[in-house]
Design a protein around this ligand. Structure first.
Ligand code: ZN
Length: 265
C-alpha cells in the first residue's frame, strides 16, 4: 500500500484501470458448457438485445451494428459477460482458427440487392447485405460469368458483418449448441476471427436461387452445379473456398463460404 500511495496520481489511476481490465477479462467462462448462472446471464442478454437486433434487421443495418449500439441496452454485469466472451481466442478453445483482429475504420461497403429467391414458387426476400466495394465488383463479374455458363446465379446470404454483430450471432447460436462455447466455435466464429468481419479477406456465404444454402446439409450445396462451377472458376475472380473438408482450422466443412482475396495490383 505504501508503494502505491507514493506513486504519482496518474500512475495510480492507470494501475486501477489496469486492474479493472484484468478483472473483467479474468471472468472465467465454462467453455465446454456454460454453468447455470452463465446460462441465465446469456438468456437475459439475448432477451435485452432482441428488440435492438429486430429493429436493425428491419432497417437493414444489422450487419453494421457498432459496439456502442450492442452494449447500450445492457447492465454492467451483462457487459462484463460480453467482454468475457469477446476476450476469448480460438486458441483458448483448441481451435487453430485465424485471428484477424478488427480494422480501426469501418469499411467502405455497398449494398447487395435487394435479393430474393424462390421457394416453391414463392419469392422470399433475403436480409439486407453489404460488401466492401472491391469484393462486390468481383462478385458481380463472377456471377455474370456463371450466368453465361449455367443460366444461374448465386445470391449473397451473408456478406460483411461487423465484429459487434458477429459477437451477437455467436451468443445467439450458443443455446443451439448445448451452451458449449467450444462446440459453437466450430460453426460460428468469435468476433475478430471471422472473415465476414475482415474486408481484406472478405467472406461471402452463398445461397442459390432456390434457397439451397447447405446450412442443414452441406452435401446438398456441394452437389449443386453452381458449387461445381465455383470449384472450377472462382479462383479466376479472386474467390477461395475457406473451409474445405478436414480443414486444419477445426471448422466444419462449409461449401457455401468463400472469401475474396484482394489482389496486390
Ligand atoms: Zn460464412
Amino acid at each position: 500500500m505504501h508503494a502505491r500511495a507514493a506513486r504519482p496520481f496518474l500512475a495510480g489511476v492507470l494501475a486501477t484501470v489496469g486492474l479493472l481490465c484484468v478483472a473483467a477479462s479474468a471472468l472465467a467462462l465454462h467453455v465446454d458448457r456454460l454453468d447455470p448462472e452463465e446460462t441465465a446471464q446469456l438468456q437475459a442478454v439475448l432477451e435485452r438485445l432482441d428488440p435492438l437486433i429486430s429493429s436493425h434487421k428491419q432497417s437493414g443495418t444489422a450487419n453494421l451494428l457498432t459496439w456502442e449500439e450492442l452494449y447500450q441496452p445492457l447492465t454492467e454485469e451483462q457487459r462484463a459477460f460480453l467482454d468475457a466472451v469477446r476476450a476469448l481466442r480460438g486458441t483458448d478453445l483448441g481451435a487453430t482458427s485465424h485471428y484477424f483482429g478488427e480494422l480501426s475504420e469501418p469499411p467502405d461497403v455497398v449494398p447487395v440487392g435487394p435479393q430474393e429467391y424462390l421457394k416453391e414458387g414463392q419469392p422470399i426476400l433475403l436480409d439486407a447485405q453489404v460488401l466492401p466495394r472491391e469484393a462486390m465488383l468481383a462478385y458481380e463479374a463472377m456471377m455474370e460469368a456463371m450466368a453465361h455458363d449455367l443460366g444461374k446465379r448465386l445470391l449473397v446470404e451473408s456478406g460483411y458483418r461487423s465484429p459487434a454483430y458477429q459477437l451477437y450471432l455467436f451468443l445467439f447460436y450458443l443455446p443451439k449448441h448445448d451452451h458449449s462455447i467450444r462446440e459453437t466455435n466450430r460453426f460460428v466464429a468469435l468476433p475478430g476471427h471471422s472473415e465476414h468481419g475482415y474486408p481484406p479477406r472478405q467472406a461471402v456465404d452463398f445461397i442459390n436461387e432456390e434457397g439451397i444454402n447447405g446450412e442443414d446439409n452441406p452435401e446438398a450445396f456441394e452437389a449443386l452445379p453452381e458449387y461445381q462451377w465455383l470449384a472450377h472458376h472462382a479462383h479466376e475472380f479472386g474467390f477461395v473456398l475457406s473451409y474445405p473438408r478436414d480443414n486444419p482450422h477445426n471448422t466444419a466443412f462449409e461449401p457455401w463460404h468463400w472469401h475474396f482475396e484482394q489482389s496486390d495490383k
